[in-house]
Design a protein around this ligand. Structure first.
Ligand code: RNT
Ligand code: ZN
Length: 413
């Protein structure tokens, strides 16, 4: 018997259907974020991001334009099993013609649509409320100046139309996610005013009714950013309430809470009230550091939670990390494959049996069984999945990344 067959028999003994798990894994289309490819630089200028976020490191070979970014994304996709979505930001227009963000149109992203069609994938989108002179004081949709608010409202409206055009062209709804960096470094004199302005701006943005079959909308909360430590306008409570009051989805980023809080635990609280939720999967170390996601307990718990709440088709899942200190293609592949491994881990569990043990109060048994499950041969199932998808098994994909670095990335200077 092959390692896969042996492992499959072990899982069958505890009532887990491996084939069904692999079929379910096939339905997981993760939105890979374009911004890991160039440290959130974009095509407007060559400076790094502002707005309280930061990519640290200076690993050589980052993508400098649309062609290079596509080349790197294609390389990453070739090493990840299955088909996955691509998440764009408004600072990546292609073709770009210098149009300012409030006037962007679908035509400014037509090359991405062609790319997505060629790859057979869907696109998601994000207005960019940072790295711009009008966001210089870390205030956008909540700015006290109505003219600045107007610019950013128009930007968000333009982006919703662009995202809807992606959804229509590609036949799969695009998520348009709003995250604004707005906040204050020092204790504010007025906390309510900025929040009311943000609310009014959002109301205006979402007042335009666009076809829901092409577009999902979400709002992303945050705890704090660098330079805006004392107060964040779009906090957790603000956006959770906004999502409840409107029909916009709530997006939780794993790096946007206190370090001991668990997004895995929050998800069911959102799904109890909303048909869908959105996630930015990231890995904060001590702060919202946006490290590449690893297969740690946090990630496993999150994927497990999505599986056992039957929410694989209710959670719009995007990754959000940017590590500039390592090969960027390798960062994507590591993160994407880890997200998939976490789902496989969550799918290879006898959830019904565990639920019953909980309901019957048999907690010692639940602990014993689930602790021993930790050492089950997940890797043998994962290797088999990679083989059937025609991508390198285990760490063998990294040799491809090294060859790509030698032949392509190292020539970028
Ligand atoms: C920032 C947010 C936001 C960004 C991206 C680039 O803290 O997580 O989602 O990371 O939009
Ligand atoms: Zn995020």
């Amino acid at each position: 018997m092959s390692r896969f067959e042996t492992a499959k028999a072990m899982y069958a003994e505890i009532g887990v259907d491996v084939d069904a798990a692999l079929r379910a894994l096939d339905t997981v289309h993760i939105s890979m974020h374009c911004w890991q490819g160039d440290d959130v630089t974009g095509f407007e200028s060559s400076d790094g991001p502002t707005g309280g976020i930061a990519a640290t490191g200076n690993y050589p070979g980052k993508a400098r334009n649309f062609e290079e970014l596509c080349q790197d994304i294609r390389k990453a996709y070739s090493l990840i099993p299955g088909k996955h979505r691509l998440n764009l930001h408004a600072i990546y227009p292609a073709p770009g013609d210098g149009t300012d963000r409030d006037k962007l149109e679908p035509k400014h992203f037509s090359q991405w649509v062609d790319f997505a069609k060629a790859e057979g994938i869907g696109l998601d989108f994000n207005p960019t409320f940072f790295s711009h002179p009008k966001a210089g004081d870390t205030l956008t949709l909540s700015h006290p100046d109505a003219g600045i608010r107007r610019f950013w409202i128009d930007h968000a409206r333009a982006c919703r139309r662009i995202a809807a055009s992606f959804g229509k062209e590609l036949g799969t709804p695009a998520l348009n996610n709003i995250w604004v960096p707005d906040g204050y470094k020092n204790i504010p004199a007025d906390r309510l005013g900025p929040r009311l302005r943000l609310k009014a701006s959002l109301d205006e943005i979402y007042s335009e009714k666009l076809d829901k079959t092409h577009l999902y909308d979400s709002v992303e909360s945050k705890l704090f950013g660098i330079g805006v430590e004392a107060y964040t306008v779009g906090s957790h409570e603000f956006y959770m309430n906004y999502a409840a009051y409107s029909d916009v989805l709530y997006l939780l980023d794993l790096g946007h809470f206190h370090p001991t809080e668990s997004v895995a635990d929050k998800l069911s609280a959102v799904l109890a009230f909303s048909p869908m939720a959105a996630l930015h999967v990231s890995r904060p170390i001590r702060w919202d550091s946006d490290h590449v996601i690893i297969l740690d307990d946090e990630l496993k718990e999150l994927a497990k939670e999505i599986v056992r709440t039957n929410a694989l088709d209710k959670v719009l899942l995007g990754l959000d990390f940017f590590d500039a200190s390592i090969n960027r293609v390798g960062a994507w592949v590591t993160g994407m494959r880890n997200m998939q491994k976490a789902f496989l881990h969550g799918l290879l569990m006898p959830h019904e049996q565990y639920r019953k043990l909980q309901d019957e109060g048999r907690f010692g048994e639940l602990m014993a069984l689930s602790e021993d499950l930790r050492l089950y041969p997940l890797g043998d199932i994962w290797d088999h999945y990679c083989e059937t998808k025609g991508v390198p098994v285990r760490e063998k994909w990294f040799a491809d990344v090294q060859a790509y670095e030698r032949d392509t990335l190292s020539k970028r200077r």
